[in-house]
Design a protein around this ligand. Structure first.
Ligand SMILES: *Cc1c(COP(=O)(O)O)cnc(C)c1O
Length: 364
C-alpha cells in the first residue's frame, strides 16, 4: 500500500457536514470580514494556547511581519533567525526592510539555542525569531533570559506542542501561527494568527492588520490589509477542539516508528528536556538522504526533502549571506539541509504504515 506523506482528509471526514453547515451560516449572515467568528476564534485560540490575546491575520508570513512591526522593529534593524526553516521566516523580516541575520541551529533539536544565537548578535540586533521547527518547541525561555532581546516565536509548525507545560505560542514575547491547509490546524485556504500576553503589543497588532487604524477613521501607522476571514475562522472553530487528539495521533505515529525499529536505519533527532512536540513533520537524517528518498518513493513511500537549500544559500537572501566580509558558514544547517528526510506522519498514521516505511528504509 502506498504511504502518503500526510493525510489531512481522513481526520476531517466526520467533520465535513458540520463545516458545511457553519460555512453556510456565515454566508447566510453575510458578515465576511472581522465579525463574530473571528472574534470567537481569537478567544478560543488564546484559551488553547494559554495567552491573553490572539489576533487573526491573513497568513503566517504576514503574522511574522506584523509581529516584528508591533515590537517596533524598523528598517535597517537586525533580526537574528535560523537559516534552516521555511523561507517565509526570513522573507517576512526582509519584506519590512529589516535585516535577517542567519544563525546556526542545534544538531539534535534542529532549532536555535543560546549558543547558536550568540555569534550572530551585534549592537544593531533588535529581536530574535525562534522557529519551532517541524513542531519541536525551541528553548525560547533560555534565549529570552540570556540576551534580554524580544523573541518572536514562529510557531507555524507547532500548534499543540509544549515545553514544560507552556504551549507553543506562549513561549516568546509574541508568537505567530499559520493555518495553511497542511499545517497541524489547517484552514480551507490561507489564515494566520498572532498570540501574546502583552496588551500593548496586541493592540498594535490589531491596528496593523487593519491598515494601521484602531477605529477605521484615524490611521496611526502604515499598516497592512491582513485579516483572517470569517469563513476560515468558522472552519477553524470546528477543528480546534480536535487538535489535541490529532497531535496525540501524530505522537503515536512517531512512537510507532520507534517500535518498528526505525532507529537502526536512520539518525533520529532529539528533543529539549520537557518538550512535547507536535510533529508537524517527522524528519530523520541519513548521510545519503537523496538516494534513500528515491528508493522510498520507488517503493510507494511518499518521503520528501524539506529545506534542501537553506535560506542563507537562497538567491534572494544573498545580500544577507555574508558576515564580516566572508561568506556566512553555518555548518550544522548545511549538514541538516543535506541529510534531512521527511517521512510520512499524520494524525491517523498506523503501526502498519510505520512497518512499511521501515521495511522500505531497510531495503533502500
Ligand atoms: C508555513 C510557515 C510559515 C508561513 O505561513 P503561511 O501561512 O504559508 O504564510 C512561516 N514559518 C514557518 C516555519 C512555516 O512553516
Amino acid at each position: 500500500m502506498p504511504v502518503p506523506l500526510f493525510d489531512t482528509d481522513t481526520p476531517l471526514a466526520d467533520l465535513r457536514p458540520t463545516i458545511l453547515e457553519r460555512v453556510s451560516e456565515v454566508i447566510r449572515d453575510g458578515r465576511f470580514i472581522l465579525g463574530p467568528e473571528v472574534a470567537a476564534f481569537e478567544r478560543e485560540l488564546a484559551a488553547y494556547v494559554g495567552v491573553d490575546h490572539a489576533i487573526g491575520v491573513g497568513n503566517g508570513t504576514d503574522a511574522i511581519t506584523i509581529a516584528a512591526r508591533a515590537l517596533g522593529i524598523e528598517p535597517g534593524d537586525e533580526v537574528v533567525l535560523p537559516s534552516y526553516t521555511f523561507y517565509a521566516t526570513a522573507e517576512a523580516i526582509a519584506a519590512m526592510g529589516a535585516i535577517p541575520v542567519f544563525c546556526d541551529v542545534d544538531r539534535d533539536t534542529r532549532n536555535i539555542t543560546v549558543e547558536t544565537v550568540r555569534p550572530a548578535l551585534t549592537p544593531r540586533t533588535r529581536a530574535i525569531v525562534a522557529v519551532d521547527l517541524f513542531g519541536m518547541p525551541a528553548e525560547i525561555p533560555a534565549i529570552r533570559a540570556a540576551f534580554g532581546l524580544p523573541v518572536i516565536e514562529d510557531a507555524a509548525q507547532a500548534l499543540g506542542a509544549d515545553l514544560d507545560g507552556v504551549r507553543a505560542g506562549a513561549l516568546g514575547d509574541i508568537a505567530t501561527f499559520s493555518f495553511y491547509p497542511s499545517k497541524n490546524l489547517g484552514a480551507f485556504g490561507d489564515g494566520g494568527a498572532i498570540t501574546t500576553d502583552d496588551a500593548e503589543l496586541a493592540q498594535r497588532v490589531r491596528a496593523l492588520r487593519f491598515h494601521g487604524s484602531r477605529d477605521k477613521q484615524t490611521f496611526d501607522y502604515v499598516g497592512y490589509n491582513s485579516r483572517l476571514d470569517e469563513i476560515q475562522a468558522a472552519i477553524l472553530r470546528v477543528l480546534l477542539p480536535h487538535l489535541d487528539a490529532w497531535c496525540d495521533g501524530r505522537r503515536a505515529g512517531v512512537q510507532a516508528y520507534l517500535d518498528a525499529g526505525i532507529g537502526a536505519h536512520v539518525e533520529l533527532g532529539g528533543a529539549p528536556l520537557g518538550a512535547t512536540p507536535a510533529w508537524h513533520l517527522y524528519v530523520v537524517t541519513h548521510p545519503d538522504a537523496d538516494a534513500k528518498l528515491q528508493r522510498l518513493n520507488d517503493a510507494g513511500v511518499q518521503a520528501r526533502a524539506y529545506y534542501r537549500v537553506p535560506l542563507h544559500r537562497q538567491p534572494a537572501m544573498a545580500p544577507y549571506a555574508a558576515r564580516g566580509g566572508a561568506a556566512l558558514e553555518l555548518p550544522v544547517t548545511d549538514e541538516l539541509a543535506r541529510t534531512g528526510l521527511a517521512l510520512p506522519i499524520s494524525p491517523v498514521f498506523t503501526r502498519a504504515q510505520a512497518d512499511e516505511v521501515v521495511a522500505a528504509l531497510a531495503a533502500a
